[in-house]
Design a binder for this molecule. Structure first.
Ligand code: GLN
Length: 182
């Protein structure tokens, strides 16, 4: 299995380290030529969604990435990566996201929560995090809520979290994603 990690900006190295621990090969996507390699899945990391969107367009990655996801390529978007998949951006997932939803002061915090199918005490690190304001179709399913806000969801081949599982030692979310790929 070979997983492409979008490496334009943000916390991509941490995802690569987690996948390495799980024995999965990764490669970084920095330009269109990288993207054209064979891949079984894609990770869209956290960072700054406005910067990432601009780079995706400038590098002519926007169209090919969107098309691949719509054609079924499994994708895991964390934080800014979740924003990228939402309505108004790549719009492959039927979710409306609120950026910096917790405000500047409270935007970064750590908690533990339940994720459907994965059990309890999943560590959740939020960094100037978004949350899902609204699920726009029945194809999209809620996987986790914290304080009444949706912080993880799945729609077929697409998995998103508001938080950063790559920054905590718990491997369950990445394992779950790899099961989606397999
Ligand atoms: N605040 C960032 C944005 O709106 C997301 C933060 C993150 O990815 N940790 O793009």
């Amino acid at each position: 299995m070979r997983v492409a990690v979008m490496a334009l900006q943000g916390a991509f190295i941490e995802h690569e380290q987690v996948l390495k621990r799980l024995g999965v090969e990764t490669f970084e996507v920095r330009q269109l030529a990288d993207w054209q390699q064979h891949k079984d899945a894609l990770i869209l990391p956290g960072g700054e969604s406005t910067v990432q969107m601009r780079l995706l367009s400038q590098l002519a990655l926007h169209g090919p990435v969107r098309e691949a996801i719509l054609n079924g390529l499994p994708v895991f978007g964390t934080c800014a990566g979740m924003i990228l998949l939402s309505e108004g951006r790549l719009a492959t997932m039927d979710i409306r996201v609120r950026r910096n939803a917790y405000g500047r002061q409270l935007g970064s915090f750590h908690t533990e929560g339940q994720v459907v199918g994965l059990g309890d005490h999943i560590p959740m690190t939020f960094i100037r995090a978004p949350y899902i304001e609204e699920i726009l179709s029945s194809r999209s399913e809620i996987l986790a809520e914290v304080n009444g806000h949706i912080v993880a969801a799945r729609q077929g081949n697409q998995l998103v979290t508001s938080f950063h599982p790559e920054l905590d030692p718990d491997l369950r979310l990445h394992r779950y994603f790899l099961q989606m790929v397999a």
